[in-house]
Design a protein around this ligand. Structure first.
Ligand SMILES: C[S@@+](CC[C@H](N)C(=O)[O-])C[C@H]1O[C@@H](n2cnc3c(N)ncnc32)[C@H](O)[C@@H]1O
Length: 245
């Protein structure tokens, strides 16, 4: 039966893919890659000269390959009898549209194995010394997508509840809206002095990070040049960030 392996590639450093993921890449004949994850250093994991590598990166403001086209390519190659790997950044099921691809494959009668990955939501803060939980300090963490600003008609995030949740708040895809998000959280009751930190291009050689408070995060990110892709955190654990800025 036609088959695709959907692989979480981890946050960026090539050796943060799982062993199972690396073995599946090695076994693949066709690899469809995203922009994030270990794509840049794919040849560290597999001999790319022996494979067909298709870049289906969906850069926010750049080259874009529609999801339908990605689905079509996976289905076409799988039905032609090729071993297909779909490589995604982080974990395929954390804001990665992974399950949309699983459903599209199922509808086309293509089997799919999903190999989880190390999500940036947890590993990127960790790369800067920040645990998302710490005994006695926080008993929860909430991961939200900040790709839509608070109040947007399509936003599904309850910022009032988030401001009161009392645990660690992790925001991904939120660089563009960081000012609106932090302002709204403070308006909704989050202490402006809440420790905060942000990391861009975490686990790569270009990793950049900044420490701030909820009130100063947007300005500090701009000052330090912490741009997309970035993860930011609001909560007491941000005080553990292992850098001084
Ligand atoms: C479309 S989401 C995919 C998330 C992915 N599925 C995961 O589990 O990490 C892309 C967002 O993940 C975050 N991200 C992914 N890799 C990152 C990295 N190396 N450093 C900082 N943020 C990263 C950024 O917020 C970026 O905008």
């Amino acid at each position: 039966m036609a088959r695709v392996t959907l692989i979480g590639g981890g946050p960026g450093a090539w050796d943060l893919i799982t062993l199972r993921g690396a073995r599946a890449l090695e076994n693949a004949e066709v690899i469809l890659t995203d922009h994030l994850g270990p794509t840049e250093a794919l040849e560290e994991i597999v001999d790319t000269s022996q494979k067909t590598v298709i870049d289906v990166a969906k850069l926010p403001y750049g080259k874009s390959v529609a999801q339908d086209e990605i689905n079509r390519l996976m289905i076409e190659h799988a039905k032609a009898g090729r071993r297909v790997a779909r490589l995604k950044g982080g974990d395929p099921y954390v804001f990665g549209r992974g399950h949309e691809e699983v459903l599209a494959l199922a509808e086309a009668g293509v089997e799919c194995e999903v190999i989880p990955g190390v999500t940036s939501a947890i590993s990127v803060p960790a790369a800067a010394g920040v645990p998302v939980t710490h005994r006695g300090l926080t008993h929860s963490f909430t991961v939200v997508s900040g790709h839509l600003p608070p109040g947007h008609e399509k936003s599904l995030v309850d910022y009032g509840a988030l401001a009161r949740v009392g645990g660690t708040i992790v925001v991904i895809m939120g660089v563009k809206n960081v000012e609106a998000i932090t302002r709204t959280l403070i308006e909704e009751g989050l202490d402006p002095a809440t420790p905060a930190m942000a990391v861009s291009e975490g686990t790569t050689s270009r990793q950049l990070q900044v420490r701030a408070t909820a009130e100063t995060l947007a300005a500090e990110m701009e000052r330090a040049g912490v741009g997309s892709p970035a993860v930011y955190i609001l909560g007491n654990v941000a005080q553990f960030a292992n850098f001084s800025s």
